[in-house]
Design a protein around this ligand. Structure first.
Ligand SMILES: Cc1cc2nc3c(=O)[nH]c(=O)nc-3n(C[C@H](O)[C@H](O)[C@H](O)COP(=O)(O)OP(=O)(O)OC[C@H]3O[C@@H](n4cnc5c(N)ncnc54)[C@H](O)[C@@H]3O)c2cc1C
Length: 550
């Protein structure tokens, strides 16, 4: 993998080669292709992206006088209006973002890109933009899947993407207190490389790890694949600096404080609406010296959920927990290539589990503790009716865990709708949230006698409940592809909220979820958020198109 892969405009990009990897390499196995064709009524067809040279970009609306003033502040090199810079910061990586870019539409691209290098520069930039009426959209890795970078402004002012790439280094490491201070533009792999030299790790590993930034994780309250054990990203933030148009806030006081309500929580999940996070202090831990990843199989989804709830109740949840429903299990088995996958399919058939639900679990830490936790959890899993499939399944999941976005590019090339959505609910509400969301997606996306493939897994466990992550595949409606997904998303969101799910467990609100925010936090809650924004951002220049409803 290159040190830092480049941002791509119309997809996730070419998959880096992994030595010794026998995975699907972003291409469907024959069995998976047959399965999708039969289930979805999909006719594989070539729908390649439009040539990048032909992508439509609106003329830059930033007046020359404003550009020159910004360049005076940051330096000529750090204010860009060229086509490539604007295109690379156009929107995020949701299915709809990619559809638009693939169709040659980048009308939502920012008018210009600014690259501040310090908190002071960022604060001065925000004050200048506030005075001149320029909208500011903080840009981290550009991996938002909820329209977080839409740059929509009701007053149609020029939009400036504030790229944090220049603030991407480790500024301080306090090994004694297990704290690292970093710039917001740093990506996960770079931080892990720096920490590994000291025998430390952050351990935050979302699927977007190769591209997303630490500032983006904080701004969206991200959760990683090991968050059940390590904690969500917001739990890893000990402090941060937020530059706003009204001044600079330094928030958080490790290790703990009782000095009034925790203002740090206002910045976490603020999605650029209050200002720009310019520095983060994060909790780190020793790099694990032992790990154990393995697969288990349950006869039914209900059995799997019940067993996870028992693990949670006894404080025995592993660090990684992923329980797939029957449809996702079947699809994963069909996608898996190679002799190992064939042997696994045979073994599942022999044990009467060909139609079961697969659980992947992972533990990390010091060897004695890992062994003890594995032993105790395994006993509960067996009591819950699970069959152990062994380390090979766990290791294979771990090896291929960043591949899905590369595969999505190929599936979109072939004429498929591919999108995900997520929520969380209490153990009590979870089964209904699962059923109703699934039904809403299946009914909304039914076409010509065929149903979409709606797959789900539990991706994070808590004492009181768990998150649910849905992946949807359907034959794309080539005439109205955007409408097709918008209708399904609306139906699914209404259904999951009505059943007691949260609007989002880790993708954030963005532009896509904001019409539903009031149902989540109430009208008074929305008013409180508006009042905070009014104080920090009186001219409403900070990412006005996201989070808060119109
Ligand atoms: C294939 C794929 C897999 C994903 N997997 C996961 C996953 O496993 N877990 C998960 O939680 N999410 C996941 N996501 C969603 C996304 O990666 C996260 O929301 C991530 O936290 C965004 O980080 P980013 O640096 O790319 O932020 P961006 O996309 O650049 O920005 C996201 C939002 O945060 C704001 N923002 C960014 N940086 C700052 C800053 N420094 N200060 C203030 N505001 C800022 C932006 O204005 C925007 O509103 C996935 C996305 C994709 C495309």
């Amino acid at each position: 993998m290159p040190e830092q892969p480049e941002l791509t405009i119309q997809g996730w990009g070419p998959r880096p080669a992994t030595p010794g990897d026998e995975g699907p390499d972003g291409v469907l196995t024959k069995a998976a292709r047959r399965h999708l064709t039969r289930e979805l009524g999909w006719e594989p067809r070539a729908t390649p992206p439009a040539p990048v040279d032909g992508i439509r970009l609106a003329p830059c609306r930033l007046p020359e006088e404003d550009r020159a003033a910004l360049a005076g502040l940051l330096g000529e090199d750090h204010v860009r209006t060229d086509r490539g810079s604007r295109l690379r910061r156009a929107g995020g990586k949701s299915y709809l973002d990619l559809l638009r870019r693939r169709e040659g539409d980048a009308s939502d691209a920012p008018d210009a890109v600014a690259l501040p290098g310090t908190t002071e520069e960022t604060a001065a930039l925000l004050a200048m933009c506030s005075e001149r009426g320029i909208v500011v959209v903080p840009f981290g890795g550009g991996t938002s899947v909820v329209g977080g970078l839409a740059g929509v402004d009701p007053d149609d002012r020029p939009v400036l993407a504030v790229d944090l790439t220049r603030m991407a280094s480790v500024q301080a490491l306090d090994v004694h207190s297990s704290l690292v201070t970093v710039g917001p533009g740093m990506r996960g792999p770079a931080l892990e490389r720096a920490l590994a030299r000291e025998g430390l790790t952050l351990g935050h590993l979302p699927q977007s790890w190769e591209f997303a930034t630490l500032g983006g994780y904080a701004a969206t309250r991200s959760a990683g694949q090991s968050s059940t054990g390590v904690g969500r990203f917001d739990e890893l933030v000990a402090g941060l600096i937020l530059a706003t148009p009204s001044g600079v806030l330094e928030l958080g006081h490790p290790p703990a404080s009782a000095a009034g309500p925790d203002l740090l929580g206002l910045a976490l999940g603020s999605e650029g609406t209050l200002g720009v996070i310019t520095e983060l202090t994060l909790r780190v831990r020793p790099k694990p010296s032992a790990s154990a990843y393995e697969g288990w199989s349950f006869r039914t989804w209900a059995d799997g959920l019940a067993a996870l709830q028992q693990l949670a109740r006894h404080d025995l949840l592993p660090d990684v927990v992923r329980l797939s429903d029957a449809d996702e299990t079947r699809a994963n088995l069909l996608m898996a290539a190679g002799a190992g996958a064939k042997a696994l399919r045979g073994s599942l058939r022999a044990r009467g589990r060909a139609e079961g639900c697969m659980l992947v679990v992972g533990w990390e830490g010091v060897p004695d503790l890992v062994r003890a936790r594995v032993r105790a959890a395994s006993s509960l899993l067996r009591d819950g009716g699970a069959v152990r499939l062994g380390r090979r399944v766990g290791d294979s999941w771990r090896r291929h865990r960043f591949e899905a976005p590369y595969l999505r590019d190929r599936l979109m090339d072939g004429g498929l709708l591919v999108e995900t959505l997520e929520t969380a609910a209490t153990w009590t509400a979870l089964p209904t949230v699962y059923d109703t969301t699934r039904r809403a997606l299946r009914e909304s996306l039914a076409r010509g006698g065929h149903r979409p493939l709606v797959m789900a897994h539990v991706s994070h466990g808590y004492a009181t409940g768990a998150s649910l992550y849905f992946t949807v595949l359907a034959d794309r409606d080539d005439a109205l592809p955007i409408q097709q997904w918008l209708s399904a998303k609306r139906a699914a969101t209404d259904a999951l909220l009505a059943a007691g799910g949260t609007l989002t467990h880790h993708h954030a609100v963005g532009a896509d979820h904001r019409p539903w925010l009031e149902r989540e936090v109430g009208s008074l809650g929305v008013e409180v958020l508006r009042a905070v924004k009014q104080r920090l951002d009186p001219h409403g220049i900070c990412n006005p198109g996201v989070l808060l409803p119109d």
